[in-house]
Structures are given as structure tokens and as C-alpha cells.
Design a protein around this ligand. Structure first.
Ligand code: ARG
Length: 564
């Protein structure tokens, strides 16, 4: 896309000042009477030994000819202000969107670079609950954002498929369940026997010993133990796929914790050679006191490895396998210390790529009804939340548009989309209290509002029909039209910002801005019944808004119903 700041930076030559610096200082102005772009000259004063006012003045005078769409430069109080030709801008951006369609906003900045994304990373045999929502949809969205920016993205579901809970599950399964029940009731059965294990173990502690013994059998490769272990894994994955499908989530790898069982030794060995692994009460740790962190525990006194040991092995494996440019971990902020420790150990081992590992943390989601715990069984299943959102959407749609075809399908897209949007509209780190009424408000800053605006664009286009007249861009060169055009031009920078800050909310916010500006335009300016050239330009604008909304929603993992 034509980046206007780039165009400006390329023609602005100020002695002793780097083009990049000029580019970085250029801003879009909020007040149109002061131009469309502005360059503050204060920072140049020291280098040039002149006042900002003088600098702005002399640069303005030297600019005898500006490249389109720029028409005028003006020096005011140390600022250099630039004016664009609104018609020319409209023509450029609307033309570009009509031509590129969903590829509008694509970038090549990531060419040849790989970004690993660790997200969702569920625990086997534990329910997919509302707490997994953020990691799953933030990671899934970043995955698409990086692809759009030209990176190769690798989605990794780092399964929690190792640990003593598997011993407990086997004991519970052998006592209170069988394969038939498991196949029939799936996760529900797994969760309920897991809960039962904990209740019964309170009065019968020998169950815990049995569980330990079974876990040992898994480790030792006992056939029956492994069969059951794999069965639990299979059932969990089969079930979770349904949710992933609804959330439009994909992975390139399901290598979880167990995958690293045979990959930790060389790393522990290297740590020993580098004298980084020290004894601490029988356990082996990396001392991080100089970094003001507790020691990173890697091998317990009984020889067992830990979550952190596997993460070290996983980091090495990912570097070796994908040669990543960045490796992101989309995990709740509660694991802050864990990742700081792991990244620090990687750094101490002399890996300069440790700096490319990033913990993309996020806050907590809670329902108005309060907390949860798998062991006690009072969990809020994500699937139930999605179902309820869909059910409520169906009620609203039935009321608003009783004659709509495929109401169920639309309700699915709207309900699930509303839940996703509510997460991706917030800054990651903010805690969220989930409310159905809020996320399903068709007039709020919500998914349904954005979807509804898109459906409105499509219905306008369908009503007005084909228009082949030469567009008259004067028809969109008014304050409301200019606001929409400016917003459309910002699409790529919103995507870039989302990528740089690991914040899909940049796109959520952008979409709400775009919808608000279009809805204002639509309120003031008629489309049907106008002269052909006017109609044509406004249709082009409407189509562009539709294309960008759909693509923006896709980046968030949200569908766009054609009618609502
Ligand atoms: N399974 C873990 C949990 O639910 C999250 C794993 C995150 N990824 C990682 N490489 N540690 O807490």
C-alpha cells in the first residue's frame, strides 16, 4: 500500500537528518485545518543550529513540487504541515482495495522469517474451560496477523500430556469406568472420574500410592499403562477439535511436554558443563539470585524433571527445527516468573536467541459467577459459554429479522464471534469479567456490531445494484467520507502495530473505528437515488469498507454473515 509517510519522507531532505528519523516523526493530524500530516521540527534544532521555526520555514520553501496526493506544505510555529488532495486519496485507496480485495494490507516485511507461536497448550484429560479462551484466540489471531505480514507462522499446541495426574486417571479408570463409557461420554467421563479420585483419595490415601505406581509404569513403557495414557490423550484431542473448529483455530504441531522426555538430557549435560547446574537440597537448580529470582528447579531430588526442564528442551528444539525469528508463548500472566526464569537460563547458557523468546501474557477471564477448579468439578466449560452465546444470538436475530434464512448458522457465527471479539477487543493484560449481555449488544463496541455493519454494507450494495459509471470522487470528499478514507488507509499500520505489540486488540479497535466512521457517513450521505457518478463513488467506498471489515474479522478468527 502507498504509505503516505513514506512518500513524504522520500522527498523531504533535511541535511544531517536521517530519512528514517523523519519518517518516525511524521504524524497524522487530528485537526484537518492544520493539514493531514505534520512534521515537528523541534528535534532538528540542535543538529542544525537553527530554531524549529526557521527549519520548518526553509524546508517548506525548498519544497517546490510535492508528489501526489500531496498538494501543499505549510510552516506553522515549528511544524511543517502537509495537505493531501482528498479526491486523489480516495481514488488511490478505493482503487487499491477494489483491485487487491482481501489482499489489501498484506505486507512483505516478514519474508523469510519464521515466528513460532505456543498457544492454547491444553492439558490432557482436563476440561477446556473458559480460562483457555484467551490463549487460544489471542494465539490464533496473532498467527494470522503474522501470516498477513508475510512471516511464516508455526502454531504449536504444547500439550500438557505428562505428569502424575495420568497415574491418578488410570487408577480412577480401572476402578470406576471402562473403555465403552469413555468412548461414549468422552471428556465428561474423564473429568468426573478425576473428580471422584480426589474425593475418594481423601478417605483412602492408598489410592495416591497406586496412582504413583501407575505413573511409574507409564514412564517405564508398560503396555497397558501406555495404552490407557494414549486413550486419554486421544479422547481429549478428539473433543477439543470441535471447539477449535468453532473458534477457527489451527496448529502445525501438537508436540507437547511428553515429546521432550528424551530431549532434556543433553541440555542438563550442557548446563553441568557450563557449571550452571548446582545442587540444592538434593535437587538440581540454576541459581538466579544475581537476577533476583528464585532458583530455576530442573531436576527434583527423586530424579524427576519439571515443567521448566521441558520448556528448556522445547525452546532448543524450536530453535533447531524452525530457526525462528521470534518464539512467542501466549500464556497467562501467572506464569510470568516461570518464563522469566526459563529465558534467563537460556541466556546464561550463551544463546543469543534467548532475547527472541517472548512471553505474551494475558489477564484472567472470569464469569460473573466466580472462580473455578477442575478438582472440585465446578468448571465453566468453554463449549457451554459458546452454546449459550449462540442461543442468545438466535433469540436476538429472530426478534430483529424474523424472515432471515439460515438463522441457526448466522447465530453460530454471531454468538461465537461475540465471545472471541470480547477477548480481542481488550488489551491482553486486562482481566475480563464476561457478560453475555455486554458482548452481544448489537450497538456496542462488539463483534455483532462489526458484523452488522458489514451486513449493512452488503445490503446497500445489493439494493443499489451494479453501477458502471465513472466514480465522481467529489461525492466522498466531505468530512464523513474523508474520515472513512483515512481509516481505510490505516488498515496496514493497525496490522503492523498488532504484530509489533502482540496485541490483536489493535485490529479489534480499528474495526470499531472503521464501522463508526462508515455508519456516520451512511447516516449523512445517500447512495441510492443519487446521480450515477455519485452512486458509483459511494458504492466503491461501501465495498471497500466491507472488504476491510471481512478481512479484519478473519484476522481475529471471526466469520462475517452476509445477512443479519
Ligand atoms: N499447559 C500449560 C497450562 O495449562 C500451558 C503451557 C504453555 N506453554 C509452555 N511452553 N509452557 O498451564
Amino acid at each position: 500500500m502507498l504509505d503516505k509517510k513514506e512518500i513524504l519522507a522520500s522527498v523531504l531532505s533535511i541535511e544531517g537528518i536521517d530519512k528514517k528519523e523523519i519518517y518516525g516523526l511524521l504524524t497524522e493530524t487530528a485537526d484537518p485545518s492544520k493539514g493531514d500530516y505534520s512534521l515537528p521540527c523541534f528535534k532538528f534544532a540542535k543538529v542544525l543550529h537553527k530554531s524549529p521555526v526557521q527549519i520548518a520555514q526553509s524546508v517548506a520553501e525548498s519544497l517546490t513540487c510535492l508528489p501526489p496526493p500531496f498538494v501543499k506544505a505549510e510552516a506553522v510555529n515549528g511544524y511543517l504541515n502537509f495537505f493531501v488532495d482528498g479526491k486523489e486519496c480516495a481514488k488511490q485507496v478505493l482503487g487499491e482495495i477494489a483491485e487487491k480485495k482481501e489482499n489489501f494490507g498484506n505486507s512483505t516485511e516478514g519474508e523469510g522469517k519464521t515466528i513460532c507461536l505456543d498457544y492454547s497448550s491444553i492439558n490432557i484429560a482436563k476440561p477446556f474451560h473458559i480460562g483457555h479462551l484467551c490463549t487460544t484466540v489471542i494465539g490464533g489471531s496473532l498467527y494470522r496477523i503474522y501470516q498477513k505480514l508475510g512471516y511464516k507462522a508455526v502454531g504449536i499446541n504444547h500439550l500438557g500430556d505428562w505428569g502424575t495426574q495420568f497415574g491418578k486417571l488410570i487408577v480412577a479408570f480401572k476402578n470406576w469406568s471402562n473403555e465403552e463409557r469413555l468412548q461414549q461420554y468422552g471428556m465428561q467421563e474423564l473429568t468426573s472420574i478425576y473428580v471422584r479420585f480426589h474425593t475418594e483419595a481423601e478417605s483412602n490415601p492408598s489410592l495416591e500410592d497406586e496412582a504413583r505406581a501407575w505413573f511409574k509404569k507409564i514412564e517405564d513403557g508398560n503396555e497397558e499403562a501406555l495404552h490407557l495414557y494414549n486413550l486419554f490423550k486421544e479422547i481429549t484431542l478428539r473433543e477439543v477439535q470441535k471447539t477449535y473448529k468453532r473458534l477457527k483455530i489451527q496448529f502445525d504441531s501438537y508436540n507437547g511436554e511428553a515429546f521432550y522426555n528424551d530431549k532434556m538430557d543433553p541440555i542438563l549435560q550442557e548446563l553441568r558443563e557450563k557449571k550452571l547446574l548446582v545442587e540444592d537440597g538434593g535437587a538440581q537448580v540454576v541459581d538466579l539470585s544475581a537476577e533476583e529470582m528464585p532458583p530455576c528447579l530442573l531436576v527434583k531430588a527423586d530424579g524427576a524433571t519439571l515443567y521448566a526442564t521441558r520448556d528448556l528442551a522445547a525452546a532448543y528444539y524450536r530453535k533447531r527445527t524452525y530457526d525462528f525469528y521470534k518464539s512467542l508463548y501466549v500464556v497467562a500472566y501467572q506464569q510470568n516468573l516461570h518464563f522469566r526464569q526459563v529465558f534467563k537460563v537460556l541466556e546464561k547458557m550463551g544463546n543469543d536467541w534467548a532475547k527472541d523468546c517472548v512471553h505474551v501474557a494475558f489477564g484472567m477471564v472470569s464469569m460473573e459467577s466466580g472462580a473455578m477448579s477442575t478438582r472440585k468439578g465446578n468448571v465453566i466449560y468453554l463449549e457451554d459459554v459458546l452454546n449459550k452465546a449462540v442461543e442468545k444470538s438466535l433469540e436476538i436475530i429472530t426478534e430483529k429479522s424474523p424472515n432471515l434464512e439460515n438463522k441457526e448458522e448466522t447465530a453460530e457465527t454471531v454468538g461465537v464471534g461475540a465471545v472471541i471479539f470480547s477477548v480481542l477487543y481488550n488489551n491482553r493484560i486486562k482481566d475480563i469479567v464476561f457478560s453475555y449481555d455486554k458482548v452481544l449488544n448489537f450497538d456496542g463496541e462488539t463483534g455483532p456490531y462489526v458484523q452488522y455493519t458489514n451486513a449493512r454494507c452488503l445490503s446497500v450494495m445489493a439494493k443499489v445494484g451494479e453501477c458502471t459509471a465513472e466514480p465522481d470522487f467529489d461525492a466522498v470528499d466531505n468530512p464523513e467520507g474523508k474520515a472513512v478514507i483515512a481509516c481505510l488507509q490505516r488498515f496496514q499500520s493497525a496490522i503492523r502495530e498488532a504484530g509489533e505489540r502482540y496485541e490483536p486488540c489493535c485490529i479489534g479497535r480499528y474495526l470499531v473505528d472503521l464501522c463508526q466512521s462508515y455508519n456516520k457517513f451512511y447516516l449523512v450521505h445517500r447512495i441510492s437515488g443519487e446521480e450515477e457518478g455519485v452512486k458509483s463513488a459511494r458504492l466503491l467506498l461501501t465495498n471497500a469498507v466491507h472488504v476491510v471489515i471481512e478481512e479484519g474479522l478473519r484476522l481475529l478468527g471471526i466469520g462475517a454473515p452476509q445477512k443479519m
